[in-house]
Design a protein around this ligand. Structure first.
Ligand SMILES: NC(=O)c1ccc[n+]([C@@H]2O[C@H](COP(=O)([O-])OP(=O)(O)OC[C@H]3O[C@@H](n4cnc5c(N)ncnc54)[C@H](OP(=O)(O)O)[C@@H]3O)[C@@H](O)[C@H]2O)c1
Length: 255
């Protein structure tokens, strides 16, 4: 079984360890052994636990799952040179990772909140020679897409990482719309939740424009709703949200 070192025991580490458990021997590393033990117990995970201080990463595959601001503290504690370092730290550039933690190959990965259901879309970039290792690890929490630059990773982060928040606003607004028209909130919620689930299957096979056209009959009810959304500039609102998110990501990664 392949070995992997997971540094950090937060929400993302939990989702990822849950995905890796059957295929990897996990070494969990953190600054608080009590928290690490709790993490292990809650997941009912077979893993060894190590203190962060002076942990030797030599020749290992290391998955960094701490907060972005923790990089300075964590890097001071790790010793040796890893084989592959995979970082999920939002906005932390490859250059910074390489300057802080010694590794033969470095990969930046951006999973999303659906990792806990193994449905993450995880975009990755970095040293191409470590691509296969990173894909093997991260495909345990969903689909992985390789990108050729950090510029693209920032854009994909706005889409895959932040869009769950934007879609949550869509879901909430649809529910509120149903309630405003007189539907009970519980019923509106069931309708919208199921709608998203069914829609995800449609989207896998059919282009969104064609899905829209298939329900938008001439002079019909849906056409009236589509006209209203277009009138209120729904498309530019979403495109602008992605643009602003991407700008902010660029700004933060300079810090
Ligand atoms: N949540 C998401 O949807 C998501 C998506 C993509 C990427 N990410 C990235 O994933 C990483 C982890 O996020 P999360 O949501 O799992 O966060 P989290 O649940 O808050 O966990 C953060 C982890 O970082 C550790 N940590 C913080 N400061 C530390 C320090 N100074 N030294 C050592 N360890 C430290 C924490 O340990 P203690 O408890 O001991 O402080 C904890 O294990 C972040 O870098 C984030 O950018 C998250």
């Amino acid at each position: 079984m392949n070995k992997i070192v997971v540094v950090g025991y937060g929400k993302m580490a939990k989702a990822i360890c849950d995905g890796l458990r059957d295929d990897f021997e996990i070494e969990l590393v953190g600054r608080d052994l009590q928290k690490a033990k709790k993490f292990k117990d809650e997941l009912n995970l077979e893993c060894s636990i190590y203190e962060l201080k002076n942990y030797d990463i030599s020749e290992k595959i290391v998955l960094l799952c701490v907060k972005p601001y923790a990089i300075d503290d964590v890097s001071k504690e790790l010793i040796g040179q890893a084989n592959v370092l995979i970082s999920i730290l939002a906005g932390t550039r490859l250059e910074k990772l390489k300057s802080k933690i010694s590794a033969n190959y470095v990969i930046r990965a951006m999973p999303n909140v659906a990792a806990q259901y193994k449905k993450s879309i995880t975009t990755i970039t970095g040293d191409i020679l470590a691509k296969d290792v990173a894909v093997e690890v991260l495909s345990k929490i969903g689909q992985v897409v390789w990108l050729n630059s950090e510029k693209e990773l920032d854009i994909a982060t706005a889409l895959g990482g932040s869009a769950p928040a934007f879609l949550s606003i869509v879901a909430e607004s649809l529910i509120d719309g149903g309630v405003k028209e007189g539907l009970k909130r519980d019923d509106a919620t069931v309708v919208v939740n199921t709608l998203f689930e069914g829609f995800s299957y449609l989207l896998k096979d059919i282009h969104p424009a064609l899905i829209k056209e298939s329900v938008m009959s001439p002079g019909g009810t849906t056409a009236e709703g589509v006209f209203s959304l277009e009138h209120d500039k729904i498309r530019s609102a979403f495109m602008k949200a992605i643009h602003k998110t991407n700008l902010k990501a660029k700004e933060l990664s300079k810090i």
